[in-house]
Design a protein around this ligand. Structure first.
Ligand code: APR
Length: 182
């Protein structure tokens, strides 16, 4: 059964899933935004493990434990900084999402929660970022049938609305449930 795709509003650090995705930077040594929230909730041991990973290329993804988070793992990915959309940003954002699903598959994970990577401090326009995220989830549903839940978590209602509109345009059947039924 292909994964259920959900779009919810909430704080990703509260979700009890196999993995939450962190929108990190190339050092993997923490930052603001969702990166800061995840490190704060996970505790200092997360930074310790991240420090041993040797950073992360933009478009790549690396997994760690979840420590004090309710999630078992954190998949750290680095999205592109938005410039003008013609410097390879869409391709790098697609790659980041694809790598997150590949890493989840490699570790046998079945539920993953994902924030709007690059759409905050990195400035990626939310609508374009949402289409890339949802398209990557559609592809992952086909490629990794063991995936059961893909949850896109937006920190505020306007962002959730953008994701829901993007999903409706992409494929109305895509959206199974937008309630926060974690
Ligand atoms: N839960 C869910 N989403 C969140 C949370 C949270 N607790 N906190 C922030 N967000 C949302 C933001 O509102 C935004 O829509 O996550 C999205 C991604 O924003 P950023 O965290 O700013 O990530 P990004 O745009 O990829 O920038 C990455 O910011 O924090 C630094 O170290 C990080 O340098 C890196 C850069």
């Amino acid at each position: 059964m292909a994964a259920v795709i959900e779009i919810i509003q909430g704080d990703i650090t509260t979700l009890a899933v196999d993995a939450i995705v962190n929108a990190a930077n190339n050092t993997l040594l923490g930052g603001g935004g969702v990166d800061g929230a995840i490190h704060t909730a996970a505790g200092p041991a997360l930074l310790g493990e991240c420090g041993s990973l040797g950073g992360c290329e933009t478009g790549d993804a690396k997994i760690t434990g979840g420590y004090k988070l309710p999630a078992r793992h954190v998949i750290h990915t680095v999205g592109p900084v938005w410039k003008d959309g013609k410097q390879g940003e869409p391709e790098l954002l697609k790659l980041a999402y694809r790598r997150c699903f590949e890493v989840a598959h490699q570790h046998g994970l079945t539920s993953i929660a994902i924030p709007a990577v690059s759409a905050g401090i990195y400035g990626y326009p939310m609508r374009e970022a949402a289409v890339i995220a949802l398209s990557a989830a559609e592809a992952a549903r086909e490629q990794f049938p063991e995936l059961q839940r893909i949850i896109f978590v937006q920190y505020n209602a306007p962002a959730q609305q953008v994701y829901q509109e993007a999903a409706a345009r992409l494929n109305p059947a895509l959206l199974q449930d937008t309630r926060a039924n974690i």
